[in-house]
Design a protein around this ligand. Structure first.
Ligand code: ADP
Ligand code: ZN
Ligand code: ZN
Length: 689
């Protein structure tokens, strides 16, 4: 028997897998091994066992050490599929399903040895007697004393594994929530097994989590595992805590806030079957849940399910594929489903809020003639509302500086974008590459002292509101959320406050459940609409609807104000009427006409290099090699310079996905191998966001 092993190397030049002789330790598909490779030693994953090889016996190298943890075979298969689906490499895809590095933590554990019945009682000091009373338990600082008792045969010391991850808070095994009729019907549908994949479309506050919990309980009762994917743990603490409260330590949490040791322990708890439910963000799609029976994707519209590194996988598609392997049911839930899901999936609907409250009224405020950033009605409403949430999708103080005398604009030296002023940090910075420089006092072109600041961001609005309102203002954006636990802290402070304004970027519209917020405001609602992207309408609709979902969850009722200079935009009008059905129908028609997803698959190729000519040549070469039937090629078109690299993009709108992916893969590979393009990097994004 020989093992086919995929070496884990980031270079695209090595393909694999390669054949190796099995050494002294047994291996299986999913074993992680050390192998000699050329002149180096690499880690590799066994992807197949075979009986024969073309390699002459004397040339066959032998596997070295074998890691005790193994990847489930199902995840090896998933990774290899992912490598092809996203034009990546097997090694890069496999590295996503590896167990976290680490070892179990062991502690010395002491227990009493019962003396023989006829033995005389041993002589002990008072302290030793006390010590024996607290056993069994970890040895800890009493180890020297325990060692002395061990030598007298009174105590036994054994090494034992100890979990580093925090155990779940004690759970209430049974739920005290009586499901509504709609929830009951939804659960019955999900567990009926009539469909493999469902869309749960429930308005905000309709009790989707309770449906997930009951479907999960049903899967567990059948002895199957459950996976729950959420946008971000810090933003969805309620979902996590509800799962823990219901299922206790059967729940493993996997997220970036864990230490390496904690992550390792949670992974092992799942791998061993001790934990049967995983809750986590997109990377939890690779958790080693055994015999997966249910996959939940909460807030399925959220863009965080797409990974931006290579392979650029979409956890929603990967989860669906994984569920197919094990015959699991998938449910994706949202108040603002993606047109793709609406089009493709059978629906279960939760039409009303559980508390019977109506959805908040939404009023569109026309800003075309506005002289100030806040509409007078917004000012009035803010002063009347005890708790409000305000969304402005622009951070910093002003997003553009220019000289009032000569018109010079401050731009990033590495990227073709304007630098944003951050007053508190006292610098201007690039939101793309992180470049920063001191705030200019005078124009570097003409020396003038009049530097104009344009476009107010969250930082400036915070300052203004703090001055004019007599309630505390809490700001939540990438600047204030950078520190560890900052998101949780800000949200906690806002929840605990008697009155206040939560102000921030998109983060403030996500999943939070504050019962006493009665006002939601979207400023500059067209900022997302202006985005040159076919998803602009979808995003705008989702942002307004989700923010509206945060308002009016309690007795007080709620209302939402949307400030815009495109008051007639249909995505805004549909959101104002809470008409997801109408919006999606219109949006799907538009996409059908323009041949956008779900009526085609998009594949995006970006070529980049320091030199513009090299990039143009490479992009033209790729375009030349792309011969895909039944597909439109858009571009090559220039993108703005980023991190000192010139960029060109090609977008393929394909009808036959598999064929198109394969063709793009080989075209890019051929171009990348061409010496003429040695300075150019290529990246491929299947289903770009
Ligand atoms: P969604 O995710 O659909 O916006 P949630 O699942 O967050 O809604 O539920 C909103 C609130 O309603 C939560 O506080 C939840 O505990 C509560 N809830 C859910 N189902 C019921 C029910 N059947 N009866 C009473 N309260 C419920
Ligand atoms: Zn100037
Ligand atoms: Zn930059």
């Amino acid at each position: 028997m020989i093992a086919r092993i995929q070496p884990l190397t980031t270079t695209r030049k090595v393909s694999g897998p390669f054949d190796y002789a099995i050494g002294d330790e047994p291996v299986a598909v999913g074993s992680i091994v050390s192998i000699p490779f050329g002149r180096q030693r690499l880690s590799g994953v066994v992807v197949e066992l075979a009986f024969s090889t073309d390699v002459p016996a004397e040339k066959l190298m032998k596997i070295g050490s074998v890691r005790p943890e193994t990847i489930p075979g199902e995840l090896v298969e998933l990774a290899l599929w992912m490598a092809g689906e996203y034009c990546s490499t097997s090694a890069r895809a496999l590295s996503l399903v590896l167990p976290p590095p680490g070892k179990p933590r062991t502690v010395l554990w002491a227990r009493r040895v019962e003396p023989a019945a006829d033995a005389p009682p041993p002589r002990m000091t008072e302290r030793q007697r006390e010590l024996l009373k607290r056993l069994p338990g970890p040895a800890g600082p009493d180890l020297p004393a325990l060692r002395r008792l061990e030598s007298r045969g009174l105590v036994e010391l054994v090494s034992r594994e100890q979990r580093r991850s925090a155990p779940a808070p004690p759970g209430t095994a049974r739920s005290r929530i009586d499901p509504t009729h709609a929830q009951d019907k939804a659960v019955a549908g999900l567990i009926s097994g009539t469909e493999r994949e469902w869309l749960l479309h429930g308005v905000t506050g309709s009790g989707k989590t309770e449906v997930y919990l009951r479907a999960a309980a049903a899967a567990l009762a059948r002895g199957r595992g459950v996976m729950v994917l959420v946008p971000e743990i810090a933003l969805t603490p309620q979902t996590v805590s509800r799962f823990q409260a219901r299922f206790g330590d059967t729940v493993a949490l996997l997220h970036s806030g864990l230490s390496e040791g904690e992550r390792y322990d949670e992974w092992r708890r799942l791998r061993s079957g001790e934990a049967r439910v995983v809750v986590g963000p997109r990377s939890a799609v690779f958790a080693p849940v055994a015999d997966l029976g249910l996959v939940v994707i909460d807030e399925e519209h959220d863009s965080s399910f797409k990974h931006e590194g290579d392979p650029r996988y979409d956890a929603r598609l990967v989860a669906s594929r994984r569920a197919e392997f094990t015959g699991a049911t998938v449910v994706v839930g949202s108040a603002t489903p993606r047109p793709e899901s609406w089009h493709a999936l059978p629906r279960i609907v939760l039409p009303d809020r559980v508390d019977g409250q109506p959805l908040p009224t939404v009023k569109v405020l026309d800003m075309r003639a506005a002289r100030h950033q806040l509409h007078p009605e917004t000012r009035q409403a803010l002063s009347e509302s005890r708790k409000s949430i305000l969304l402005l999708n622009r951070r910093g103080w002003s997003n553009f500086l220019s000289c009032r005398s000569c018109g010079h604009a401050w731009e990033c030296p590495n990227c073709d974008v304007a630098l944003v002023l951050h007053r508190q940090a006292n610098l201007i910075s690039c939101h793309h590459c992180g470049h920063r420089e001191p705030v200019p006092r005078r124009c570097e072109q003409c020396g003038s002292l009049t530097v104009g600041r344009h476009g107010a961001g969250t930082e400036r609005l915070e300052a203004e509101l703090s001055e004019t309102l007599d309630v505390p203002v809490f700001r939540l954006d990438a600047d204030t959320a950078a520190a560890k636990d900052a998101v949780t802290d800000v949200l906690g402070a806002f929840a605990a406050a008697h009155a206040g304004v939560l102000l921030g970027t998109q983060i403030v519209a996500k999943g939070h459940d504050f019962p006493d917020v009665s006002l939601g405001v979207v400023l500059d609602a067209d900022s997302t609409l202006r985005f040159p992207d076919f998803r602009a309408e979808e995003r705008t609709f989702a942002l307004i609807t989700q923010l509206a979902g945060r308002a009016g969850r309690g007795r007080a009722g709620g209302r939402v104000l949307v400030q815009t200079s495109s008051p007639d935009a249909s995505s805004i009008a549909f959101a104002a009427r809470h008409d997801a059905r109408g919006f999606l129908a219109e949006e799907l028609e538009r996409r059908r006409a323009l041949r956008y997803p779900p009526f085609s698959d998009l594949i995006r190729i970006v070529c980049s290099a320091p030199d513009a000519r090299a990039v143009r040549a490479a992009a033209a070469d790729v375009a030349e090699r792309l011969r895909v039937a039944d597909a439109d090629l858009l571009g090559p078109a220039p993108l703005f310079r980023l991190r000192s690299r010139e960029r060109m993009q090609l977008v393929l709108k394909a009808r036959r996905r598999a064929e198109a992916v394969a063709c793009v893969g080989s075209a890019v590979e051929a171009a990348a191998r061409d010496r003429a393009h040695s300075m150019v990097s290529f990246s491929v994004d299947v289903d770009p966001q």
